[in-house]
Design a protein around this ligand. Sequence first.
Ligand SMILES: [Zn+2]
Length: 199
Amino acid sequence: MFKSKLKPAYPVADPALYIIGKWEELDPIFAGRLAKMAKDYRAQIKLTEGYRSSARQAELYRQYQEYRRTGKGSIKLAARPGTSWHEFRLAIDTSTQPIRGMPSIQLQKYGLCKPIKSEPWHIQPLETAGRKDYKNWEPIWQEEEMVTETKIMVDGKIKTVKRILKDGENYIRLRDMDDVLGVVKVEYDEANKVAVVTD
Ligand SMILES: [Zn+2]
């Protein structure tokens, strides 16, 4: 899951209910703000474009360069790769009304803005308006470490232990090795601040 660097300073709603498209790829707070705006206008924002990989940005830029050279093609403007907020999960494009028709100022109370005058479909978080320090705002990917329960057979008997599954490996709670499985004895050595495991 992505951890946002945006401040939780604006109301949010559940993007699953108010955004159509790959909202999971967006900054989560940004997506929440968009959802709240959509909710208030009784709309569902359809993403024409959300997160865009750098490879795709490079391809769009190539098409734009070709348009400039030949006058042919449909990509009449594209940011240089590494300079589009779409690549940092902090921009969307939408044609959903009434949002597309709204002026930037109307989006402010949701912590959103339309920083490009010629692109009324393009929305960003307010904090990123006019900025180029992309990396300072890009959300951080964090593995979700979920504790679940799993069953293990020990000497023919089924036992339930708590575990974390990460990268295909099982991590079993040390205390369960003693309490539940009884395969080892686990004690805590207060003086040395270590767990003592004995067979
Ligand atoms: Zn855009």
